[in-house]
Ligand binder design. Structure first.
Ligand code: ATP
Ligand code: MG
Length: 342
């Protein structure tokens, strides 16, 4: 294992921001730290960077425990959420800053800066100041500055969150390409599950200062461990065992053998089939056209359901339908008491 965080706890006064958190990043891996606002993502990143002290637990790189190593000696590259370029330095000076304070000769700095400007596709901006750049350009420069020193780990704290959707999408692809090319182990914080699914080799999902689940994007989407993860990783239909037992008992075949209140069913919207049926038990409440797919909201015996289909099913509001679900598409998730968001 390359970077290891073991049993880290961090308190601010009486508030526990991180509670016995352990995570691992392998050499070359792109890991996304995902979770709602306030769950402790930035705190964890700052602890790894050495910008905040841990109360207990350790951060180690390969076999070296980093606890007493100050941030600037860890050799990590960091990009923060809001633009953090030095406003009075040019783009080139910003990118070269880390090399300059390490007394690298000027000729080598200039060569490296030119190379990095090519990598982030902004060679024409070398002499501009940060205030003259767009948000997307500033984040590209911040990225170039972070990788200038050949960091041992790249730490990105929501680097895309201040950007509009289009710039965000293209910069997301560039970050992925860059990371794949340079193979720098990367930990990126986000609270956008789509971003995490698109970028990560591994997703670590947090809530209230604890790691709820860590795994591949496929694991978290198709095999969420808890109701919270199921709800957080995209649109889910969450139905209690009690309701399934009453309305569609055939779905119970794959359910773990445990008391009813311990597991709920999670059924993804694309896994539900609908057919027009005048005697059907469900009613289409709304039809939403989303371009590449159509989203139906239903009143059904299972409660409110969201169903998504590529292409139109030709159903209209108010129409009666029959709902079809295959037992193997019913994922049983631990009921952690999470309320379902609308
Ligand atoms: N220096 C501090 N002093 C006191 N409380 C803090 C401090 N830093 C963070 N916290 C608290 O710790 C919790 C976790 O904060 P953190 O910034 O890590 O959340 P986050 O997951 O990054 O959220 P967001 O997605 O909004 O950035 C929050 O409740 C926050 O108020
Ligand atoms: Mg944060």
């Amino acid at each position: 294992m390359y970077l290891t965080v073991s049993n880290v706890t961090k308190r601010f006064g009486t508030f526990t921001a991180l509670d016995n958190v352990s995570i691992e990043i392998e050499q070359g891996e792109f890991v996304c730290l995902l979770g709602p606002s306030g769950c402790g993502k930035t705190t964890l990143l700052r602890l790894i960077a050495g910008l905040t002290d841990v109360d207990s637990g350790t951060v180690s790189l390969q076999d070296e425990v980093l606890s007493n190593l100050p941030a600037r000696e860890r050799g990590f590259g960091i990009v923060f959420q809001s633009y953090s370029l030095f406003p009075s330095m040019t783009v080139a000076e910003n990118i070269g800053y880390g090399l300059k304070i390490r007394n690298v000769p000027m000729a080598r700095i200039n060569a490296r800066v030119s190379e990095l400007l090519e990598i982030v596709k902004l060679p024409h901006l070398a002499d501009k100041f940060p205030g003259q750049l767009s948000g997307g350009q500033q984040q590209r420069i911040a990225l170039a500055r972070a990788i200038a020193v050949d960091p041992r780990v790249l730490l990105l704290d929501e680097p895309l969150s201040a950007l509009d959707a289009k710039v965000r999408g293209s910069l997301r692809d560039e970050i992925k390409h860059l990371q794949r090319t340079l193979k720098i182990p990367t930990l990126m914080v986000t609270h956008d599950q789509e971003e995490a699914l698109a970028l990560a080799d591994k997703i670590i999902c947090m809530n209230h200062g604890v790691v709820v689940q860590a795994g591949t994007p496929e694991d978290l989407y198709h095999r969420p461990a808890t109701r919270f993860v199921a709800d957080f990783m995209g649109v889910s239909n969450l139905v209690s065992t009690e309701v399934i037992r009453r309305e569609m008992p055939a779905l119970l075949t794959a359910r773990p053998d445990a008391p009813d209140d311990q597991f709920d069913a999670c059924i993804r919207p694309e896994k539900i089939g609908l057919v027009a049926d005048a005697d059907g038990a469900a009613t289409v409440r709304s039809v939403g056209f989303l371009g590449n797919l159509t989203r139906y909201k239903l009143d059904s015996a299972l409660g409110d359901l969201v169903v998504e289909s590529h292409g139109s099913l030709g159903l209209t509001e108010g129409q009666k339908v029959a709902v079809q679900i295959v037992p193997s598409d019913c994922i049983w998730v631990a009921n952690d008491g999470t309320e379902v968001s609308e």
